[in-house]
Ligand binder design. Sequence first.
Ligand SMILES: Cc1cc2nc3c(=O)[nH]c(=O)nc-3n(C[C@H](O)[C@H](O)[C@H](O)COP(=O)(O)O)c2cc1C
Length: 267
Amino acid sequence: MSEKVGKENVKKSHKKLIIILIIFAVLALVFVIFGIPYIKRHFIEKEVDLSKALNIKSVDLNSIKDDNKILIVEFTYAENAGLLENVDAVSGASLMVNHNDELQGDRIIGNCELLADMISVSVGDCDRLAILTEKKYPDTYSGTIAEAKKELDNDEKVKLISKMPDLTQYDTVFIVYPLWWGTIPKAVESFVEDAEFRHSKSDPQYVFAVVSHGGSGKAGSIADLEKSAGIKISGPVLEIFDDDTTEAKDAVYEWLKDIRESEHTPS
Ligand SMILES: Cc1cc2nc3c(=O)[nH]c(=O)nc-3n(C[C@H](O)[C@H](O)[C@H](O)COP(=O)(O)O)c2cc1C
């Protein structure tokens, strides 16, 4: 009798052990899938070596048009969050600190800024424009997520302090932006709503888009961009996952080559 009770107790404790092991395995899996990306996004400082990241091959876009006048527009969190005096405290998916810049020392670079830099190094002669907002976004990732949600919910027209260039003078325009809440940031919406694109059949203008994202790709942002800007995006959209930004030069090069070699819809 007592031997039977003893065996049952062993069975029970085996069962308990298996249940504990299963719970532990599930928790470990949840941590790997959600915890590690969360920690990386919120707490880990990313580094970039600009001399490597920007070592991109050149692509001559004069094949699209002789004397192709090019503008690269970027919107990036890092340039709009008042972080620059506080480099050591910085962490988050969209920020990189360049520790190898002899001229400028440590420098915070947003993902979209770095992608715009890659395009600019590759295509050569071009103008640059950073979309800058009047307000500064919070210096935390979660605070910015909340602020962006509020902007969306209130359909806010975000005020810009960057000067609007005469966009009609450009033959090719690149717009580089981060995906925010599955769409274009409200600051980008403000910019393209106020921008005057060329809209000329005899002298076409081409507008290309680069989307930096945390896993959702371009989502519905292209349709929203086209609607707000009143244009068509001319060719394939380049989507870069935020964690891959520092290594994106080959993807950027291939995409630019594709632009150089294919026919595109004027905007
Ligand atoms: C306010 C906010 C909202 C975001 N929403 C999304 C999203 O909906 N989907 C996604 O994949 N990534 C999202 N992200 C991640 C960014 O798109 C991604 O980290 C991007 O590389 C940031 O670029 P930046 O450094 O140039 O600002 C969001 C980031 C922020 C700050």
